[in-house]
Design a protein around this ligand. Structure first.
Ligand SMILES: [Zn+2]
Ligand SMILES: [Zn+2]
Length: 213
């Protein structure tokens, strides 16, 4: 396996987890041995989130998607945002808030679970009133956590360790954009995403009755 950051290898990661005997779990209770908590921080693209969500549902996997209400890249309150939210729920996934510190606007679109966007160490793991912080110590420690930040696994791709049942339990953070768009580096992936967004923006303009003739 070449451990590419693409949907095919994401599917292989899910298969590896099944081979390793993991069960898909959420942030609604203490992690137990054999739990795999699939976490997705949706920083840039709802389309990428839905693409990954569909793949997971087909593979029988369930994840928690963390969506932003204050993104500069998408609008969760737009019809497109509402459709994405509904689709994630329909597919059996959970939806948490990807919050920008210190704003915590947990409304009824979200389960009571929060992941801070680009957190500073001072508040990253602090417990919250009335909601779970995914980085608080009972859900996070370095042995039970892997992340694809900037298209790079600090400890290597976890598929082999998953297949071997090497993690007692694991919180696996992945960013849908990295997997849904092609590119061997974060820069290439981001350029591919921007190309795709251009097509979407043209459609959005047409939908907004802009004359493009
Ligand atoms: Zn791999
Ligand atoms: Zn983020």
């Amino acid at each position: 396996m070449d451990c590419a950051f693409d949907l095919a290898h994401y599917g292989e990661l899910l298969e590896a987890a099944k081979t390793g005997g993991y069960r898909f779990a959420f942030f609604d209770r203490e992690p137990e041995a054999g739990d795999l908590l699939l976490r997705h921080d949706v920083d840039l693209s709802l389309g990428a989130a839905v693409a990954l969500a569909e793949l997971e549902a087909e593979a029988g996997a369930r994840a928690t998607y963390f969506l932003m209400t204050r993104s500069v890249f998408y609008n969760l309150a737009s019809p497109e945002g509402e459709r994405a939210l509904a689709r994630l729920r329909e597919l059996g996934h959970r939806v948490g808030l990807h919050a920008v510190y210190p704003q915590l606007e947990l409304d009824d679109r979200f389960d009571p679970v929060v992941a801070w966007h680009n957190p500073d160490p001072e508040f990253m793991g602090e417990p919250l009133d009335g909601a779970v912080n995914v980085m608080q110590p009972r859900f996070f420690d370095p042995d039970h956590y892997r992340s694809d930040s900037n298209q790079h696994w600090r400890n290597g791709c976890p598929h082999e360790e998953l297949a071997a049942g090497g993690f007692e339990w694991l919180q696996l953070l992945t960013h849908p954009e990295i997997w849904a768009y092609p590119g061997a580096t974060m820069r290439e992936t981001m350029l591919a995403m921007l190309d795709a967004e251009r097509g979407r923006d043209l459609q959005r303009l047409a939908d907004d009755r802009i004359n493009l003739t």
